[in-house]
Design a protein around this ligand. Structure first.
Ligand code: MG
Length: 286
């Protein structure tokens, strides 16, 4: 028995990344469809229905549904809700900040990604800034992974970017962060959104990591509602959340849940993405 032992980080083969790529592409379709159809007047349950329809139609499975009893295939978190909102009767209004966290399983391999939308016209420049900074912070974290030697450098890059862009206006939450992904949705290691003393494990080919800044206006005070899921800000600030599942291959990184593999955003940051993983030699199936 050793309580000092670090949790083991699972390494994937190129073929396994190929299956994870299929899960990532299906998830990108789910997010694109939700983005196209999101309107004021919809309920958060309507967003879940879009995701369910695509997962069922593809013969895939949901990794959110039933996760520790979670009742839906997506988390939808509106305005003061930060993460883990349960889809239901809440009606989306113009100017709402709507975070959608979604995932799916293809061939036994998981994908997990999130986007935040402002519905119609933003209520304030601060809301626009929040969503933009969170989106850019995710890509800064992904870009850091491409050059990092330790996982901890991702969080350092996210923290530095947010501080430089938004100072005290936007904060990270220490309690929530990214993770490894593979045969399970949540695997070691933790991927923090800020700098810590622990530099984390060495980056190695075969790692798959979810990088997901969750940022909040004002301070980071929150509570969890009686539903035991929904995390809400208690000081009136809005929250935003972006996430991608990213593979570390022998020849660089590839963003599994982005249709272009992350090419457009990473090239802006001077990084060439790896070749698209393929599972053409692997049997398919659920
Ligand atoms: Mg995640």
């Amino acid at each position: 028995m050793s309580f000092r032992r670090k949790p083991r980080v699972s390494l994937k083969t190129p073929e396994q990344f190929g299956v994870m790529r299929r899960a990532g592409l299906l998830l990108a379709r789910i997010h694109d469809e939700i983005e196209d159809r999101l309107r004021e007047g919809m309920t958060t349950a309507d967003i879940d229905q879009i995701s369910r329809g695509i997962i069922d139609g593809a013969g895939a499975r949901s990794n959110f549904l039933g996760y520790h009893g979670f009742p839906a295939t997506v988390c939808v978190s509106v305005n003061e809700e930060i993460v883990h909102g349960i889809p239901g009767t809440r009606v989306i209004r113009e100017g709402d900040v709507v975070s959608v966290d979604a995932g799916c399983i293809v061939g036994g391999w998981h994908s997990d990604a999130a986007r935040t939308h402002i519905v119609g016209r933003a209520k304030s420049d601060a809301d626009r800034e929040l969503v933009d900074v969170t989106h850019e912070a995710m890509w800064e974290g992904i870009a850091a992974l491409a050059k990092a030697t330790r996982v901890g450098e991702i969080g350092a890059a996210i923290e530095d970017y947010v501080a430089e862009r938004a100072g005290e206006r936007i904060q990270h939450l220490e309690e929530f962060g990214g993770h490894g992904i593979g045969r399970a949705m949540h695997e070691p290691p933790d991927v923090m959104n800020f700098r810590t003393r622990d530099r984390g494990p060495k980056i190695m080919p075969g790692m798959a990591l979810c990088i997901e800044p969750m940022l909040i206006q004002n301070d980071g005070e929150f509570e969890i509602l009686d539903d035991d899921w929904t995390v809400v800000a208690t000081k009136g600030g809005r929250a935003a959340h972006f996430e991608h599942s990213v593979a570390v291959t022998e020849s660089g990184i590839f963003v599994l849940s982005a249709v272009d593999g992350g090419k457009a955003e990473l090239e802006k940051r001077g990084i060439e993405v790896a070749q698209e993983p393929s599972d053409s030699h692997t049997a398919t199936g659920r």
